[in-house]
Design a protein around this ligand. Structure first.
Ligand SMILES: Cc1cc2nc3c(=O)[nH]c(=O)nc-3n(C[C@H](O)[C@H](O)[C@H](O)COP(=O)(O)O)c2cc1C
Length: 266
């Protein structure tokens, strides 16, 4: 029984890369739903220059899968395994991610369906990508909602020319990702990300949010973030603590004053 889900925020929070997929076939109507979710995405000027190549041919998947595996074995695995874990992840968790990615590299051709989102007439660029990746994310979310696993992959691009030729793309068409899709072997779980306070600035790039909340030892911001005190620059920490101490002293002397006058009135 696939783990289908209907709540958008739950879907967003559990749309992880699912790299271990069963080879069982996926009903055509589910793939159609995923493609419809893709084409519901925005694109610049609503031009919809996207094209979606659905690949199920086992031979073609083997040919392209071999390039994917070469790219993983020769370029990506050596780099990731020698480097630091992703931010917010422990070494152990990162190692498990690499194991799953290794599994995908070895078995990508066994995923029953691939969707290769392409763009016509555009040189690959940031602008062109902006008109296709919303569709890609919509498809990942739709797959998750239907209980299907998928992963956004791009590492085959190390052999872009060979892969695009094998897929029959014209010279003026480019692929932007390859999404292997199938029923997952494992369970969906929460995505792991660093907290907002590490990646959100306010008004100027690099500036931490400014509103103070002296009753806590962190800063409450105009956008509702709590920035832990230890993440603020030393000078800010000092100012914040001094301000909080002054307010606390003022409050307690006011309280003492009230108590004294209340005692006098007795
Ligand atoms: C632009 C992009 C390219 C990616 N390429 C690959 C890839 O080629 N192979 C792969 O296994 N994962 C790939 N990923 C998946 C990321 O590694 C994954 O999203 C990230 O580790 C976070 O894990 P999660 O999706 O499970 O939360 C890619 C993701 C993005 C956004």
């Amino acid at each position: 029984m696939p783990e289908a889900s209907r709540d958008l925020f739950e879907i967003i929070a559990t749309t992880r890369s699912m790299r271990r997929l069963k080879p069982d076939p996926v009903p055509a109507e589910l793939i159609r739903k995923i493609l419809e979710a893709g084409t519901a995405a925005p694109s610049g000027g609503n031009m919809q220059r996207w094209r979606f190549l659905v690949v199920t041919d086992p031979e073609l998947k083997e040919t392209v899968g071999a390039y994917y595996k070469r790219a993983w074995d020769e370029n990506v695995y050596p780099r990731y395994s020698a480097g630091a874990p992703a931010p917010g992840t422990s070494s152990e968790r990162f190692r498990r991610m690499l194991d799953a990615a290794q599994y995908l590299a070895d078995h990508i051709h066994e995923a029953p369906v691939w969707i290769v989102p392409c763009m016509e007439g555009a040189t690959p660029s940031r602008t062109a990508g902006s008109s296709i990746y919303p569709a890609v994310q919509n498809m990942l979310l739709a797959a998750r909602a239907l209980g299907l696993g998928a992963t956004l992959t791009t590492l085959y691009l190390a052999f872009e020319k060979e892969v695009e030729a094998a897929l029959g793309l014209r010279a003026d068409v480019h692929s932007y990702a390859l999404l292997p899709i199938g029923y997952p072997m494992g369970r969906f779980g929460p995505v792991r990300r660093v907290p907002l306070s590490e990646v959100v600035y306010e008004n100027r790039y690099g500036r931490l949010p400014m509103r103070q909340d002296p009753l806590r030892d962190h800063r409450s911001t105009a956008i509702g973030l709590y920035v832990p005190l230890h993440r603020l620059p030393a000078l800010d920490q000092q100012r914040l603590l001094d301000g909080a101490r002054r307010r606390r002293d003022r409050l307690s002397s006011q309280r003492r004053g009230t108590q004294t006058s209340a005692a006098r009135g007795r």
